[in-house]
Design a binder for this molecule. Structure first.
Ligand code: COA
Length: 191
């Protein structure tokens, strides 16, 4: 839990970026908790997940409801979400994934969840999900994918893709428009 939280906090020293370990002094951590409501929301989720992992009853559900009540964020305790989770604006955001990798960015009013059947998205590392986007169903979103604001993603997305629209269509691979992309090499993910 602490390792994931440490990675989460590193995303807030400069909002959205990934800071060095050395930047996380006690003073900075206190400032981040005081200054940023999303930091408190994500920390609450990590704490709820810790209680769940320890099989301590009551607290996982209680803290999950607190997150909903105080921050408008629906996120189940114990969800498989790697460190470095950056939720810019938790209010109205629903996060029900099968898995989310490390250092992912979730901007605002996003839904990650089931579509018609009881199956949930598997999301890679360093994925960016723009405001209002929906990622639905038992699909696989690769590493370093960018999902545009208000997109509705209902199909698998390869590594490095940029997806926009409803339904979501891939328009770029690693920043190159689809026509020019050609064969691409995967980029290393941070950490
Ligand atoms: C998807 C996104 C990451 C792409 O950024 P990019 O790689 O720089 O893409 P570009 O700006 O070069 O746009 C490429 C094409 O996609 C279109 N496009 C970009 N974002 C789009 C979106 N969200 N929905 C539909 N089309 C979009 C552009 O109009 C452009 O189309 P064109 O080639 O026909 O002119 C970005 O546009 C985005 O949606 N960011 C989300 C930001 C956000 O959530 N802000 C909220 C802050 S609170």
């Amino acid at each position: 839990m602490l390792e994931n939280l440490r990675m989460d906090l590193k995303r807030w020293v400069v909002p959205g970026q990934i800071a060095d370990d050395s930047a996380l002094t006690m003073g900075t951590v206190l400032r981040l908790f005081y200054q940023y409501m999303p930091v408190r929301a994500v920390a609450l989720f990590r704490l709820a997940s810790w209680f769940k992992q320890q099989k301590i009853p009551f607290f996982p559900g209680f803290l999950q409801r607190m997150n909903y009540f105080f921050f408008g964020l629906e996120i189940p305790s114990g969800a498989d979400i790697g460190g470095g989770l950056y939720i810019a604006h938790p209010i109205g955001t629903v996060i029900m994934p099968r898995r989310i990798g490390k250092n992912c960015t979730i901007i605002a009013a996003i839904t990650i969840g089931m579509r018609n059947e009881w199956a949930f998205p598997d999301i890679g590392d360093e994925v960016f999900i723009g405001a209002g986007a929906r990622v639905l169903g038992g699909i696989r979103i690769g590493n370093q994918v960018n999902i545009g604001a208000n997109s509705v993603v209902i199909q698998d997305v390869p590594d490095g893709a940029t997806v926009v629209g409803a339904p979501g269509k891939v328009i770029k691979i690693y920043g190159k428009p689809m026509q020019q992309a050609g064969p691409v090499e995967a980029q290393p993910v941070v950490n």
